[in-house]
Design a protein around this ligand. Structure first.
Ligand code: GPP
Ligand code: MG
Length: 283
């Protein structure tokens, strides 16, 4: 008998959060702008003129601007993948409503599998792929990213876009090392706590509580990567480029209350928005 996708009470509670979070204006209204549904944050300079728009348009202009910044984040993540051929096979680990996978396929023409432990998200994302007529090349699976069942050395690129805080990093990178081809790339954008100054701050704990996640200390990423033969080629602190997104989001009608903890954590230096690009050692 195959193992169940959800292996612990913790995983069940995370799946339940995303299965029942179906009326989330902060993600749906942004996605409705152009049909790319994201579950990550934004980067880049804000066009602050949106705040001066006439009352009747202001809210819509802010939502479009937030979406533009989230889209820019996904494009920046894809920029890190290097050359990706149309015959390449990619894995989106924690694929949410599927936006980044669609973008990867559109940019590279490649095959993408997305995995999520939320059946609702998997169904939503597959519906989007069908709508676009790309369901042969972009497929979402109800599947645990710690144990995907995909073939060994089958992946040219794997990415995690703000999903690693839900899993044990060592288990995750063991699975990614198994899945990646020799020299294959892993691209990660994540929020991590700053453990050079000690334990986690109150603001980081508040973010964890909101999303039922466990934000990892920065050093743990590099230990777990090294332990699994994944060698960083690029590390970039994206914190300064994401703060404007949060400042705009705090002024929007779709603010959820998590804006203050994010802004506090980033500004006090207890938390970073980090990009890591790593390559798999040859077997
Ligand atoms: C989801 O974004 C991302 C997370 C829940 C993981 C936590 C991320 C960190 C960087 C700590 P979302 O788009 O679903 O969130 P929201 O609904 O707040 O926009
Ligand atoms: Mg969001």
């Amino acid at each position: 008998m195959s193992k169940p996708v959800l292996r612990s009470e913790y995983q069940k509670s995370v799946a339940n959060y995303w299965n029942t979070n179906q009326n989330d204006p902060v993600n749906l209204l942004l996605g409705h702008v152009d049909g790319y549904y994201h579950h990550h944050y934004g980067i880049g300079d804000v066009d602050w003129s949106v705040l001066e728009a006439p009352e009747a348009e202001r809210d819509d202009r802010i939502i479009r601007e937030l979406h533009r910044l989230e889209h820019a984040q996904a494009n920046y993540l894809l920029d890190q993948m290097g050359e990706v051929k149309p015959e390449a096979c990619l894995l989106d680990a924690g694929s949410g409503r599927g936006g980044t996978s669609v973008m990867a396929h559109e940019r590279f023409g490649c095959h993408v599998d997305g995995v999520s432990i939320s059946q609702y998200q998997v169904d939503f994302a597959n519906g989007q792929a069908e709508k676009r007529g790309i369901q042969e090349n972009v497929k979402y699976h109800f599947c645990n990213m710690l144990d995907t069942g995909f073939d060994e050395a089958s992946r040219d690129v794997i990415w995690t876009n703000e999903t690693t805080m839900y899993v044990d990093l060592n288990k995750l990178f063991t699975e990614f090392a198994r899945l990646l081809k020799d020299g294959g790339r892993y691209v990660c954008i994540t929020g991590c706590s700053n453990d050079i100054i000690g334990g986690r701050s109150r603001a980081v704990s508040q973010i964890d509580a909101k999303y039922i996640c466990n934000i990892h200390p920065r050093s743990h990423y590099f230990k777990a990567l090294a332990a699994n033969g994944l060698v960083p080629i690029k590390v970039e602190d994206l914190t300064p480029t994401t703060i404007p997104y949060w400042e705009l989001r705090a002024k929007s009608s779709v603010a959820t209350g998590v804006e203050d903890p994010f802004l506090t954590a980033y500004k006090e230096g207890s938390f970073h928005y980090l990009l890591i690009v790593a390559e798999r050692m040859v077997r």
